[in-house]
Design a protein around this ligand. Sequence first.
Ligand code: FMN
Length: 202
Amino acid sequence: MLEQKKAQTEHELIPEIMNRWSPRAFADREVEVEKLQRIFEAARWAPSSTNEQPWRFIVASKGDEHYDKLYGCLNEWNRKWTWTAPVLVATLAKKNFTKNDKPNKHSWHDLGLAMGNLSAQATHENLYLHQMAGIHTEEVERLFEVDTDAYEVVSMFVLGYQDEKRLQELEERYHESELKERSRKPLNELVFGKRFGEAVKW
Ligand SMILES: Cc1cc2nc3c(=O)[nH]c(=O)nc-3n(C[C@H](O)[C@H](O)[C@H](O)COP(=O)(O)O)c2cc1C
């Protein structure tokens, strides 16, 4: 991996978190089916409100008949770099609880947990993902005949092996972020104690 992409953390973390980052230049290399199965298995075992498991995924690998259909649902900015990645995925959330058909306020939260699991397993497998909100959700829903009374498309992501050499094949506007250090807000701006906005005293 690119050394400057390793998280400069305030506290030491497990490699699956330290080493994850979101590349735009992917290697021209297929992802092994067993690895794909393992990363979705990781998603499957995420916790969820009342164990509803509201996450769903549509997966397309390059060469699949439906790959171009899914690729066409990305916005222009994302189409211009995602073509380097071998696997493209759309994520969906089930809107209501199955048991009582009441709105599940935490369905996106729980999909996010599944994505966290999936992402940690992918990093463990030396794979990288890049998630995207820049997509045409209604197009995914229409083209893949999603029952929109029950499900909504939330995001998409690409998955593959990272390869910075591939950056030469991408437009200049994608280069800077691919090579610069990653940054985060300091912990004391995020974790509060006796009042909201006031850093916790450990
Ligand atoms: C929900 C979500 C939506 C995102 N949408 C896009 C996107 O449409 N296009 C893009 O290039 N990156 C997108 N990103 C990537 C973020 O910009 C990236 O995760 C962030 O800058 C932090 O960088 P890191 O993942 O390398 O730590 C998205 C990430 C998430 C989690």
